[in-house]
Design a binder for this molecule. Structure first.
Ligand SMILES: C[S@@+](CC[C@H](N)C(=O)[O-])C[C@H]1O[C@@H](n2cnc3c(N)ncnc32)[C@H](O)[C@@H]1O
Length: 261
């Protein structure tokens, strides 16, 4: 029974006025009315193949958990690539946010790892501190500071990055990843507040980290970005989908920030 046209007993619904179901073509015609629209339609009809939406014709995602309940979240492919590429820096005395995920996966010759979190319930945290407050970290202590997907939660990113930068030794490195195209974190108790273009991250680091050598990169393309928003997992993609980088559609932005010796 078509519930949108007929009520439960086959009567016309009082809640929803009866709609006529126009064909996609006539709906498109109505949408593109007017002189400019008419011209556009003529061009489209001859040249552009119709979109085959398939299972993507939906206004809710396939997963609201970044695809992690279907497999590996797509941004993690890029985050792993970034830390793997910089694994030579992940050594000595380390600081990582939340848990030793990337330091354990990509680090070597580690002498000590401190874990930072604002959340006192995190039993792995050895430093419980709010990065928005100045001077909450020990100075010049770490060879490498690993900060995945955290700066979007800060209210004061400049102070947060100053704290992190000041905590690395001369010659040490801060490795940061941040989202540009990503759904809001609904678990973050309304703390997920920012997205970073490559330029915005570069300017933020230039403002926050005096004299730093900065290398900002980005990862992603329109396909992986759409798939990530839809909650499709990495396993549902083709490996080569991740190899195309389109600077107009950066999903993930990264920075290697080196403190000169
Ligand atoms: C999404 S997790 C990032 C680390 C995680 N392992 C990952 O790879 O996504 C964000 C972490 O940043 C912490 N955080 C949020 N705001 C913070 C702040 N102001 N100071 C310190 N840590 C903060 C959160 O409690 C959480 O542990």
């Amino acid at each position: 029974m078509r519930r949108d046209r007929l009520g439960a007993r086959g009567e016309k619904s009082k809640m929803y006025p009866t709609r006529s179901f126009a064909s996609p073509k006539s709906r498109r015609k109505r949408f593109c009315s007017g002189v400019e629209g008419g011209e556009l339609l003529r061009q489209l009809d001859g040249v552009i193949a119709p979109v085959r939406w398939g299972s993507l014709r939906r206004t809710r995602p396939l997963s609201v958990r970044w695809g992690s309940d279907r497999g590996t979240a797509i941004d993690r492919v890029y985050i792993n690539r970034f830390f793997e590429r910089h694994s030579n820096y992940i050594q000595g005395v380390l600081l990582e946010v939340q848990g030793p995920v990337y330091s354990e996966r990509y680090g070597s010759n580690i002498t000590k790892t401190e874990i930072l979190d604002i959340d006192p319930r995190n039993m792995l945290a050895t430093i419980v501190a709010d990065l928005n407050d100045r001077d909450v970290l020990p100075k010049e202590m770490f060879d490498c500071v690993v900060v995945p997907q955290t700066i979007q939660y800060l209210t004061d990113q400049v102070t947060g990055l100053k704290n992190l930068y000041d905590s690395i030794k001369p010659g040490g490195v801060l490795l940061v990843t941040a989202p540009f195209i990503q759904k809001i974190d609904h678990n973050g108790e309304d703390a997920d507040r920012m997205r970073f273009s490559p330029l915005a991250l570069k300017e933020l680091i230039e403002t926050s980290c005096d004299g730093a050598e900065i290398e900002v990169e980005s990862f992603g393309n329109v396909l992986t970005s759409i798939a990530f928003l839809m909650g499709i997992s990495a396993e549902e993609m083709r490996p080569e989908d991740f190899d195309v980088f389109d600077p107009a559609y950066p999903m993930l932005v990264t920075a290697r920030v080196r403190r000169p010796s």
